[in-house]
Design a protein around this ligand. Structure first.
Ligand SMILES: Nc1nc2c(ncn2[C@@H]2O[C@H](COP(=O)(O)OP(=O)(O)O)[C@@H](O)[C@H]2O)c(=O)[nH]1
Ligand SMILES: [Mg+2]
Length: 297
């Protein structure tokens, strides 16, 4: 059963996955008909969170699954894992992630796909960057150090090329806007998600474009990514919708550039991930050229 959780609503300890105190990190997992893999994903994420020196929880946001995804999460929560399920009235991955971020009470929030295309241990790098003070931390398959363990089918790769072409200008210096592994300082992220208009697969781009327009400090870090079977992305319908979303975004986001925050440009651009070359990208305020280091050619 999905559990609606209105913004600001208090959560019982049971609903909160047994965590009644302050929460450091909440990992949102948008899920649509994921009953077959959600348990393994939750076990991997909660297992990893428990090894970290923080209070963390997984929150599955399920809007309208027709299978037993929500029941599966409830069962794992009842067994004592730090996980809960939240319902969402609007359809789409973007709507689900926005719901999760906007109702989070954690200091840091982010999302990761239910297929764990980006493995749970990438949380370590995300957390390092969040602790350094970055407000938007972007997992990337297209920066130095990233590894494509299992590539997407050719049709998806071609679609991705088209998307990147149409998204140029909006994505700024972020090389990979679509990897489903992004984390945020929650307070800074609220304005990004509050007015999000893309509720499906183009929402990542909208959120990053908003972050750039508002001058939030943004860093991209490399992940090892594996394509998984069972994608919910439909090349024609979701691809056309993403293209239409992009078209609307170009028109809508122009007005945001006036709201940039002057102090964002003073944030450090250096971010050491695993002691290798940094893949940091800083989106600077007020039209300052973005600094990029270690981008893949
Ligand atoms: N809540 C919710 N999650 C969704 C929806 N569509 C996709 N997702 C989730 O978004 C994540 C990424 O979807 P996936 O099918 O793997 O897309 P791909 O990796 O781009 O092929 C998965 O966790 C899906 O369950 C939706 O309409 N609602
Ligand atoms: Mg996937």
């Amino acid at each position: 059963m999905s559990l609606p959780c209105p913004p600001g609503a208090s959560e019982s300890p049971a609903l909160a996955g047994g965590l009644a105190g302050p929460l450091d990190l909440e990992v949102i997992v948008p899920a649509y008909n994921e009953e077959h893999r959600i348990e393994a994903t939750i076990r991997a994420l909660t297992g990893h969170l428990r090894r970290l020196p923080l209070t963390g929880r997984v929150r599955v946001v399920d809007n309208g699954s027709s299978d037993r995804t929500a029941e599966c999460v409830d069962r794992l929560a009842a067994s004592g894992l730090p996980v809960m399920v939240t319902g969402c009235a609007s359809p789409g991955k973007g709507a689900a992630v926005a719901r999760g971020v906007l109702t989070s009470r954690a200091r840091w929030t982010g999302f990761c796909d239910a297929d764990l295309a980006t493995p749970a241990h990438a949380l370590d790098d995300a957390l390092t960057l969040l602790r350094e003070g970055w407000e938007v931390v972007v997992g990337s398959r297209r920066c130095a150090g990233a590894r494509m363990v299992v590539r997407q089918p050719l049709s998806r790769r071609l679609g991705g090329c088209g998307f990147r072409f149409l998204a140029r200008g909006l994505s700024g210096p972020v090389a990979d806007t679509q990897c489903g592994f992004k984390f945020f300082a929650t307070a800074a992220a609220l304005p990004l998600f509050a007015d999000v208009t893309c509720t499906r697969f183009a929402f990542d781009l909208e959120v990053l474009a908003r972050a750039r327009a508002l001058g939030l400090s943004t860093v991209e870090f490399p992940v090892a990514w594996s394509d998984r079977q069972g994608s919910t992305f439909r090349l024609v319908s979701d691809g056309c919708r993403a293209a239409a979303d992009l078209w609307r975004l170009r028109r809508r986001l122009a007005h945001l550039s006036g709201g940039q925050r002057p102090d964002a440009a003073t944030r450090t651009a250096a971010a050491a991930v695993r002691g290798t070359d940094t893949a940091a990208t800083r989106t600077a305020a007020a039209g300052t050229a973005a600094t990029e280091k270690g981008r893949a050619s």
